[in-house]
Each structure stands twice: as structure tokens, then as C-alpha cells.
Ligand binder design. Structure first.
Ligand code: ACO
Length: 430
């Protein structure tokens, strides 16, 4: 890392030299850590649009060029040649695995897919119409009450078992939430199936008959998971880092990430896109909704459009758009009208001056919901699918933070604009 300087002038006209750090790619950062101690001022960046909160070696995004790389590998190459489980290994350990390493990793994940039976009984405490994200967040938070052998965050072996365990068990927990919501018996994982196929089995098999996993469906899930696996310091990942920075057990930190992911501005967008497309209903209604999205006085936004970082195109959306065609063709095109509506909406919005000027393009979630729906998943499960995929990213970032010798508890400051000191007034005088 090379060092340069950045000169700031403070209120008294004195020049202050701040070190500038350069990463291996991306903008330089001004190291402001000494600013409060030396100058007595804070920096102000609500939404963190200009703030690098940490140093990381995991994922790189160039929002202007539409570049996304995991550990240096372009996501397009990984989507074409790799698999979700191999990408999990890459994100966790920094390098692509050898054949033996991959086989060992896959075996370890398979051997951790079952959940403690008592965890299963937790689901009975939820009402049948509980949102699956609420159940998954609650159950993941409770995992620290079951797996005491993996909560010593300073122990490398504990951290590794935690990583394998949570990546392996998230699909089982997600499927249990789904089965609970539809009133069907839970289906135990099958060790002879791959990650995505096993998830499909746990979601859709019933004890009364044989279930054959559809290869196209398994491939589509594997691709969607690979594309969602990590996205550097996004809202949920930053939440996991912040919650974990206090030394909290990692299951709680991941549960915090799941909660952050749920919001419609983040992972909840895939669910919101489907609701929006259904609300728009037909191509002749698109103009009306595009106008609503442009109206500053109307809270309506085109869900699945816009991104804090991508200001040209979201490379994941480009890949998923292609996958959508394949899935709908091969699974009987049940959702063709919805997909056609999405394509037309994209076409109209991309030609609209408002969306061009604000650099608003379809993001990853504009299409992912259409695929999930074609696979037979209810809308309420879409964000849960995202959570399964992003778990590895959260774990990789949590591990990177815990093992960084410079890590400290995350503790931002504020610009206070509340009342200045005033004296307490007795209640009889108010
Ligand atoms: N529809 C209409 N207008 C929009 C949209 C949209 N989807 N997104 C942004 N804008 C407008 C804003 O109103 C704002 O306009 P202004 O400059 O006149 O005030 C401008 O574009 C900039 O938008 P911000 O909200 O300031 O951008 P920010 O980076 O804070 O938000 C976000 C990014 C949250 C993704 C936003 O674009 C959005 O809400 N999109 C819809 C939800 C969505 O798809 N989220 C998924 C993100 S991807 C992911 O998490 C996996």
C-alpha cells in the first residue's frame, strides 16, 4: 500500500496533512483517523457514500464500469465456470480450491446440514402466517444457544466450524420456515444432493411421494446464489461487521445481517419487485407507474431500479436477465406475462430522461424474483433465498474483521442538533 498526503485547511487557516492510502484497485482513501484527536472535528457522511469503513481483500466493485470481482475473479467468469460452493470456498479462504480441497469442503458442508431437533421445535412457536424472514432471523439468532462449541471468536477452529455450520444450515432453516408457513412436514436434508438440489428437496418434497429435483431449477438457484454471495460493504454486511465488532457471537451478528437485509431498499427489493409488477398488471399501465416513480411528491419508486454503487449497469442483473429466459423457457414459461412486463418496463425506463439523468438501471433484484416465482417459491421466500446466498459473504467479512489486528469496536459519532443544555422543569410548571 503506497502512502501519499491530502492537505486540508482547518478553520484557523492552518494546513493539515492527512495520509492517503491506495488499495490494489478503486479510489484512494484519506485516512481521517487522527482528525478528531488532532483537530477536534468529526467528518460527516450520513449514508456513508464517501466513507471506506474498513480495509478488505474480499470483493471489489467498480460502480461506473459495472465491475464485480470476488477475490479478483470477475463474476462473469465465475458465473460461467464455477459453482456456488466453490465460490463459498473462494470467499472464505481467498483462493480457488484444488479438486481435493473442494471435495473436502463440500463434504464438510453436507455433514453440517442437519439442525438440532430442538431448533426445529422453535418453529412451532411461530404463527403459521409469520414472515419467513422473521422466523429465519429469530432462529439464526438462537443458534448461539445450541452451538456453544463455536462461539470462541478468538479460536480459529471455532471460527471455521461456525463458517461451515452456518453456510450448511441456512438452507435447512429456510426450508423449515417455508414448510411451517404452508403447514407441511419438515423434510430432512439429503446428503446425496448438491447444495441447491438439497434446498429444492427440503422446500418441495413431501413424505407422501418421491420428489425428483429439476436440474434446470437447481442450476438457476446455484447461479443466483453465486451472484448474491458477496457485495463488499453493503448494508447487511456492514451490519454484521458492526454487530460483530463488539465481540458478540457470530450467530447473533449474522442474525443482525439477516434483519438488515429484509428492508425493501436492500434484499427485500426482490419481493417488492414482484409486488410492483403485479400491481402494474399490464403493459398499458407502465407509463402511469413510471410517472409516479418520477413524481417527487409520490413515495412510489421503481423497485429493482437504482443502486448506491452501480451507476452504469449491475453486472449481476445482466447475467440474471439471460438466466430468466432459460428458466422460463425450460420450466414451461408460467410467468411469461410478468417477465414480458418486466422487459417492457426496463425498456421504457431506460429511455426515460429521469432514469438516464439519475443513472438508474435495473439491479440484481429486478429479475431474481421472476426466477424464484417460476421455481414455485412464494414472494415471502425471495429475501430468504438472498439471505442463504449472502451468508457466506457475511461470514467472510466477519472473519476478516475479527482477524484484523487493527479492528476496534465500530462506534460512529454524530452531529448533534438537539436542544442545548436546559434545566429540568417541575411537572406542575410545564
Ligand atoms: N425509482 C425512482 N427514483 C429513484 C429510484 C427508483 N427506484 N432510485 C433512486 N431514485 C431517485 C431518488 O429519488 C433520488 O432522486 P433526487 O436526486 O431527485 O432526490 C435519486 O434517484 C438518487 O436516489 P437515492 O435514493 O438518493 O440513492 P441511494 O444511493 O441512497 O439509494 C437505492 C439506492 C436504495 C437502491 C435506491 O435506488 C432505491 O430505493 N431503489 C429501489 C429499491 C431497490 O431496488 N433496492 C435494491 C438495491 S440492490 C440490493 O440491495 C441487492
Amino acid at each position: 500500500m503506497t502512502e501519499k498526503n491530502y492537505t486540508l485547511q482547518n478553520a484557523s487557516g492552518q494546513s493539515v496533512e492527512l495520509p492517503v492510502k491506495s488499495g490494489s484497485a478503486g479510489p484512494d482513501v484519506v485516512d481521517i483517523r487522527s482528525v478528531y484527536g488532532d483537530q477536534g472535528i468529526f467528518t460527516f457522511d450520513p449514508g456513508f457514500a464517501s466513507t471506506a469503513s474498513c480495509e478488505s481483500k474480499i470483493t471489489y466493485i467498480d460502480g461506473a464500469k459495472g465491475v464485480l470481482m470476488y477475490r479478483g475473479y470477475p463474476v462473469e467468469q465465475l458465473a460461467d465456470k464455477s459453482s456456488f460452493v466453490e465460490v463459498c470456498y473462494l470467499l472464505l479462504y481467498g483462493e480457488l480450491p484444488s479438486g481435493d480441497q473442494l471435495a473436502e469442503f463440500e463434504h464438510s458442508i453436507i455433514m453440517h446440514t442437519m439442525i438440532n431437533e430442538t431448533i426445529l421445535r422453535l418453529f412451532n412457536g411461530f404463527h403459521y402466517d409469520a414472515h419467513p424472514m422473521a422466523m429465519v432471523a429469530g432462529v439464526v439468532a438462537s443458534m448461539s444457544a445450541f452451538y456453544h462449541d463455536t462461539t470462541d471468536i478468538q479460536n480459529e477452529r471455532h471460527r471455521d466450524i461456525f463458517a461451515h455450520r452456518i453456510i450448511a444450515k441456512l438452507p435447512t432453516i429456510a426450508a423449515a420456515a417455508y414448510k411451517h408457513s404452508v403447514g407441511q412436514p419438515f423434510m430432512y436434508p439429503r446428503n446425496d444432493l448438491g447444495y441447491a438440489a438439497n434446498l429444492l428437496h427440503m422446500l418441495f418434497a413431501v413424505p407422501a411421494e418421491d420428489y425428483e429435483v429439476n436440474e434446470v431449477a437447481a442450476e438457476a438457484i446455484d447461479l443466483l446464489f453465486l451472484l448474491h454471495a458477496d457485495h463488499e460493504q453493503n448494508c447487511s454486511t456492514s451490519t454484521v461487521r458492526l454487530a460483530g465488532s463488539s465481540g458478540a457471537n457470530p450467530y447473533s451478528a449474522v442474525a443482525a445481517g439477516i434483519s438488515a437485509l429484509w428492508g425493501p431498499a436492500h434484499g427485500g427489493a426482490n419481493e417488492a419487485v414482484l409486488r410492483m409488477l403485479t400491481q402494474i398488471g399490464s403493459v398499458d399501465q407502465i407509463d402511469k407507474y413510471v410517472d409516479k416513480a418520477k413524481d417527487r411528491d409520490d413515495p412510489f419508486r421503481l423497485m429493482g431500479f437504482g443502486h448506491r454503487v452501480y451507476k452504469n449497469f449491475d453486472p449481476r442483473a445482466t447475467i440474471i436477465r439471460g438466466a430468466c429466459h432459460k428458466v422460463l423457457d425450460q420450466l414451461g414459461r408460467v410467468d411469461t406475462p410478468l417477465f414480458d412486463l418486466a422487459l417492457r418496463l426496463e425498456e421504457i425506463a431506460l429511455k426515460d430522461e429521469y432514469f438516464i439523468e439519475k443513472k438508474l438501471y435495473p439491479n440484481v433484484d429486478f429479475y431474481s424474483g421472476i426466477i424464484y416465482r417460476a421455481l414455485g417459491l412464494p414472494t415471502s421466500m425471495f429475501t430468504v433465498m438472498f439471505a442463504i446466498a449472502r451468508t457466506v459473504g457475511w461470514v467472510a467479512h466477519w472473519t476478516e474483521m475479527i482477524t484484523d489486528p487493527e479492528h476496534r469496536i465500530g462506534r460512529p459519532r454524530q452531529l448533534y442538533t438537539g436542544p442545548d443544555k436546559r434545566d429540568y422543569t417541575d411537572i406542575s410548571k410545564r
